[in-house]
Design a protein around this ligand. Structure first.
Ligand code: TYD
Length: 137
């Protein structure tokens, strides 16, 4: 299996209710890792791009908790674009995947569940360095 094939959309539980729907996530249950950190992107201006990096160890689940945006995943060989627009779908991203987020709708919120604390040493921030490491694997 190629690295990009390990990344997938996960259909999260949805408790439908006329008072409003509810979705929940438990680490190592609906998603394949324990949750160590949660962060979110919001007030993203039109046309902005986020991401532009890969991680050595970090696993993540990316959710459009409100609105929509695109996530482009790249394993160094293959690229795949996902359009996220439902809060009950999460995109699982494994380590060593370069990601870029764009096409944010106005008022969108991108919530990320992460398997590890914030560690700058875990990032590849340079695409050429990332490709070099991937070509050696
Ligand atoms: P970065 O990961 O580059 O943002 P994105 O991938 O979402 O576009 O992070 C942007 C800045 O925020 C950077 O200076 C590091 C800081 N940051 C933290 O301090 N803690 C965190 O958990 C995250 C995700 C980022």
């Amino acid at each position: 299996m190629s690295l990009i094939e390990k990344c997938r959309l996960i259909n999260l539980p949805k408790i439908a209710d006329e008072r409003g729907n509810l979705t929940f996530i438990e680490g190592n249950k609906q998603i394949p890792f324990g949750i160590e950190r949660v962060y979110y992107l919001y007030d993203v201006p039109g046309g902005a791009e986020r991401g532009g990096h890969a991680h050595k160890q970090l696993e993540q689940l990316i959710i459009a908790s409100s609105g929509s945006f695109d996530v482009v995943l790249d394993d160094g060989n293959q690229k795949k674009r996902f359009h996220l627009n439902r809060p009950y779908f999460g995109l699982y991203v494994c380590p060593y995947i370069w990601r870029e987020l764009d096409n944010f709708s106005s008022g969108s919120v991108c919530t990320v569940m992460a398997s590890r604390p914030y560690e700058e040493d875990d990032y590849f921030r340079n695409y050429k360095d990332y490709l070099l490491v991937r070509s050696r694997k």
